[in-house]
Design a protein around this ligand. Structure first.
Ligand code: DQA
Length: 150
Protein backbone atom coordinates (compact mmCIF):
# COMPACT_ATOMS: atom_id res chain seq x y z
CA UNK A 1 0.00 0.00 0.00
CA UNK A 2 1.50 3.35 -1.06
CA UNK A 3 0.29 6.63 0.42
CA UNK A 4 1.59 9.94 -0.90
CA UNK A 5 1.84 12.79 1.60
CA UNK A 6 1.69 16.22 -0.05
CA UNK A 7 2.64 19.33 1.88
CA UNK A 8 1.66 22.68 0.37
CA UNK A 9 3.22 26.15 0.39
CA UNK A 10 5.27 27.48 3.30
CA UNK A 11 5.27 24.14 5.09
CA UNK A 12 8.98 23.83 4.27
CA UNK A 13 9.38 26.51 6.96
CA UNK A 14 7.75 24.42 9.68
CA UNK A 15 9.63 24.73 12.94
CA UNK A 16 10.49 28.39 12.43
CA UNK A 17 7.24 29.63 10.85
CA UNK A 18 4.89 31.13 13.47
CA UNK A 19 5.84 28.43 16.02
CA UNK A 20 3.12 29.62 18.41
CA UNK A 21 0.62 28.50 15.77
CA UNK A 22 2.31 25.68 13.89
CA UNK A 23 4.66 24.29 16.54
CA UNK A 24 8.42 23.74 16.56
CA UNK A 25 8.63 20.44 14.66
CA UNK A 26 10.43 20.88 11.34
CA UNK A 27 9.17 19.37 8.09
CA UNK A 28 12.02 16.85 8.22
CA UNK A 29 11.00 15.95 11.78
CA UNK A 30 7.36 15.59 10.75
CA UNK A 31 8.22 13.42 7.73
CA UNK A 32 10.51 11.24 9.90
CA UNK A 33 7.68 10.72 12.38
CA UNK A 34 5.32 9.78 9.54
CA UNK A 35 7.87 7.34 8.06
CA UNK A 36 8.22 5.60 11.46
CA UNK A 37 4.44 5.33 11.70
CA UNK A 38 4.27 3.99 8.15
CA UNK A 39 6.78 1.26 9.09
CA UNK A 40 4.68 0.40 12.11
CA UNK A 41 1.54 0.22 9.94
CA UNK A 42 3.32 -1.80 7.23
CA UNK A 43 2.73 0.68 4.43
CA UNK A 44 4.91 2.66 2.02
CA UNK A 45 5.00 6.45 2.20
CA UNK A 46 6.26 9.09 -0.21
CA UNK A 47 6.46 12.65 1.13
CA UNK A 48 6.73 15.81 -0.98
CA UNK A 49 6.48 19.54 -0.34
CA UNK A 50 5.74 22.14 -3.03
CA UNK A 51 5.42 25.90 -2.75
CA UNK A 52 3.98 26.55 -6.17
CA UNK A 53 0.44 25.64 -7.16
CA UNK A 54 1.53 24.07 -10.45
CA UNK A 55 4.12 21.84 -8.80
CA UNK A 56 1.57 20.71 -6.22
CA UNK A 57 -0.88 19.89 -9.03
CA UNK A 58 1.84 17.93 -10.90
CA UNK A 59 2.46 16.01 -7.66
CA UNK A 60 -1.27 15.20 -7.42
CA UNK A 61 -1.15 13.88 -11.02
CA UNK A 62 1.92 11.77 -10.15
CA UNK A 63 0.05 10.35 -7.15
CA UNK A 64 -2.43 8.69 -9.52
CA UNK A 65 -0.40 5.48 -9.18
CA UNK A 66 -0.61 5.51 -5.37
CA UNK A 67 -3.39 4.02 -3.25
CA UNK A 68 -4.28 7.25 -1.48
CA UNK A 69 -3.23 10.83 -0.77
CA UNK A 70 -2.78 12.64 2.53
CA UNK A 71 -2.65 16.35 1.77
CA UNK A 72 -2.15 19.62 3.58
CA UNK A 73 -2.70 22.09 0.75
CA UNK A 74 -1.99 24.96 3.20
CA UNK A 75 -3.24 28.27 1.75
CA UNK A 76 -4.28 26.58 -1.53
CA UNK A 77 -7.04 24.92 0.50
CA UNK A 78 -8.85 28.24 0.46
CA UNK A 79 -8.05 29.42 -3.08
CA UNK A 80 -7.23 26.71 -5.59
CA UNK A 81 -9.95 25.47 -7.91
CA UNK A 82 -7.09 24.01 -9.98
CA UNK A 83 -6.03 21.81 -7.07
CA UNK A 84 -9.64 20.70 -6.59
CA UNK A 85 -9.87 19.83 -10.29
CA UNK A 86 -6.61 17.83 -10.12
CA UNK A 87 -7.93 15.77 -7.20
CA UNK A 88 -11.20 15.20 -9.06
CA UNK A 89 -9.25 14.14 -12.15
CA UNK A 90 -7.19 11.44 -10.45
CA UNK A 91 -10.07 10.32 -8.21
CA UNK A 92 -7.99 8.72 -5.42
CA UNK A 93 -9.04 8.44 -1.77
CA UNK A 94 -7.80 11.70 -0.25
CA UNK A 95 -7.61 12.76 3.39
CA UNK A 96 -6.97 16.42 4.16
CA UNK A 97 -4.97 17.57 7.13
CA UNK A 98 -4.17 20.86 8.85
CA UNK A 99 -1.97 21.61 11.81
CA UNK A 100 -4.34 24.34 12.97
CA UNK A 101 -8.12 24.43 12.59
CA UNK A 102 -8.61 26.95 9.76
CA UNK A 103 -12.34 27.17 10.53
CA UNK A 104 -11.45 28.73 13.90
CA UNK A 105 -9.21 31.35 12.28
CA UNK A 106 -9.72 34.28 9.89
CA UNK A 107 -12.90 34.13 7.78
CA UNK A 108 -10.93 33.72 4.52
CA UNK A 109 -9.63 30.40 5.88
CA UNK A 110 -13.14 29.06 6.43
CA UNK A 111 -13.51 28.26 2.73
CA UNK A 112 -12.25 24.76 2.00
CA UNK A 113 -12.35 23.97 -1.70
CA UNK A 114 -11.48 20.28 -1.34
CA UNK A 115 -13.32 19.26 1.82
CA UNK A 116 -16.27 17.65 0.02
CA UNK A 117 -13.95 15.54 -2.15
CA UNK A 118 -12.08 14.10 0.80
CA UNK A 119 -12.97 10.90 2.61
CA UNK A 120 -11.83 12.57 5.83
CA UNK A 121 -10.34 15.69 7.35
CA UNK A 122 -8.22 16.12 10.48
CA UNK A 123 -7.34 19.58 11.79
CA UNK A 124 -6.22 21.44 14.87
CA UNK A 125 -3.99 18.82 16.49
CA UNK A 126 -0.58 20.05 15.31
CA UNK A 127 1.70 17.23 14.17
CA UNK A 128 -0.81 14.76 15.62
CA UNK A 129 -3.26 15.86 12.88
CA UNK A 130 -0.97 14.07 10.43
CA UNK A 131 -0.37 10.93 12.50
CA UNK A 132 -4.06 10.57 13.37
CA UNK A 133 -5.03 11.15 9.74
CA UNK A 134 -2.53 8.57 8.48
CA UNK A 135 -3.82 5.96 10.93
CA UNK A 136 -7.44 6.66 9.93
CA UNK A 137 -6.66 6.63 6.22
CA UNK A 138 -4.99 3.21 6.52
CA UNK A 139 -7.98 1.85 8.47
CA UNK A 140 -10.30 3.23 5.76
CA UNK A 141 -8.24 1.54 2.99
CA UNK A 142 -8.14 -1.75 4.90
CA UNK A 143 -11.91 -1.64 5.45
CA UNK A 144 -12.54 -0.87 1.79
CA UNK A 145 -10.35 -3.84 0.79
CA UNK A 146 -12.57 -6.12 2.88
CA UNK A 147 -15.87 -4.42 2.09
CA UNK A 148 -15.55 -2.73 -1.32
CA UNK A 149 -19.15 -1.45 -1.20
CA UNK A 150 -18.27 0.87 1.74
C1 DQA B 1 -2.67 25.26 7.36
C2 DQA B 1 -3.80 26.27 7.53
C3 DQA B 1 -3.86 27.20 6.33
O1 DQA B 1 -4.92 28.14 6.51
C4 DQA B 1 -2.57 27.96 6.19
O2 DQA B 1 -2.59 28.75 5.03
C5 DQA B 1 -1.37 27.09 6.21
C6 DQA B 1 -1.34 25.94 7.12
C7 DQA B 1 -2.51 24.35 8.60
O3 DQA B 1 -1.86 23.32 8.47
O4 DQA B 1 -2.99 24.69 9.68
O5 DQA B 1 -0.37 27.35 5.55
O6 DQA B 1 -2.98 24.41 6.27
Amino acid sequence: MLIVVLHGPNLNLLGSRQPDLYGTTTLIGLNTELKHLANELGIQLRTEQHNSEGALIDAVHAAASADAILINPAAYTHTSIALRDALLAIDKPTWSVHLTEPKNREVFRHTDLIEDLCIGRTAGLGVASYTQALRKLVIWLQMRAKKPHL
